[in-house]
Design a protein around this ligand. Sequence first.
Ligand SMILES: Cc1cc2nc3c(=O)[nH]c(=O)nc-3n(C[C@H](O)[C@H](O)[C@H](O)COP(=O)(O)OP(=O)(O)OC[C@H]3O[C@@H](n4cnc5c(N)ncnc54)[C@H](O)[C@@H]3O)c2cc1C
Ligand code: FES
Length: 306
Amino acid sequence: MNVLVNRRLCQGHYLLRLGGKEFPPTKPGQFVQLQCRIPGTQAGWSEVQVAPGDWPELTGRELAQGEPILRRPLSLAGRRDTEFDVELEIIYSVVGKGTSWLAQAAEGDEISVLGPLGNAFAVSETKPHAALVGGGVGIPPMIFLASAMQSADKNAVAFCGARSVDMLPVTLAPGVEIAADGQPSAGISQFAQFGVDSVIATDDGTLGWKGFVTEPLAAWLDALPDAPNTAVVYTCGPEPMMRAIAELCIARNVECQVSLERHMACGMGTCQSCVCKIKSEAEAGWSHKLCCTHGPVFNAADIVWG
Ligand SMILES: Cc1cc2nc3c(=O)[nH]c(=O)nc-3n(C[C@H](O)[C@H](O)[C@H](O)COP(=O)(O)OP(=O)(O)OC[C@H]3O[C@@H](n4cnc5c(N)ncnc54)[C@H](O)[C@@H]3O)c2cc1C
Ligand code: FES
């Protein structure tokens, strides 16, 4: 696919929009694997070819310079289909070699995209209320999920957490006041476009609620009539945040779907690098599952954190 837009959203995050003639159907919660270097052999780099039963042949340059040989997993933040093409949106944070390469990709550059990969969030057929809780780079999949909530006619609220306002990977709607008491408003453009209000929480109080996003979420759930039968919480973000949200929901008997992010190599069930522990009938009470193919979305009540 080709880069249509690649621009800074805030201090630490970029918005990448890729366009192509076609792309298979996608669902919120799924991710893609981006090749973070020039495709083909144009600059001496190519996909490393491995014949069955053989070892990979690396040129030495890849190893010596720490080239991002493996693709990098990134969640889908949105998709737009027109009569002629498909656009995919990704929001990413620059943390290392691969994402630094991505940050300097220019309009028109070609990026090889593998996907869609993984399962997806299951939008409840019966429960009318939804909380979409994202922390940092866990916010992008919630934007894609917000579009599905609008299509399913749900009463959804997005809860977005970040260390400070500079690290919030969203666009603030002009003229909309962000409440410091954790009350939802149409303050985040990416959610407001789907009719979804949002709550912002920052650790340092530079915008919205001062503290963790779990606090306004708990207040919102407690104010709902019969939350166990009417609400679902969907979450993605740092693991301590998701664990706290899972515990908060389990304590209230509220369904919660968690998108686990593990270090991934292949992204398609081959390398076994992305295991997590999921409750099962096995003697230990749990079995290993793969985040890339069985997940990344799991039922919070099934996860063995550790
Ligand atoms: C299913 C899935 C969806 C993801 N979605 C997004 C997204 O929408 N936006 C986004 O910005 N990032 C997302 N990530 C994380 C992203 O894949 C990593 O930040 C990226 O691969 C880092 O590549 P790099 O070459 O820049 O950094 P590297 O040089 O590979 O690593 C730099 C640092 O980042 C850490 N890191 C690398 N991969 C991960 C990971 N999976 N989880 C936590 N830390 C990691 C490394 O430990 C190291 O400290 C997702 C990860 C997964 C598994
Ligand atoms: S990333 Fe290779 S098995 Fe999951």
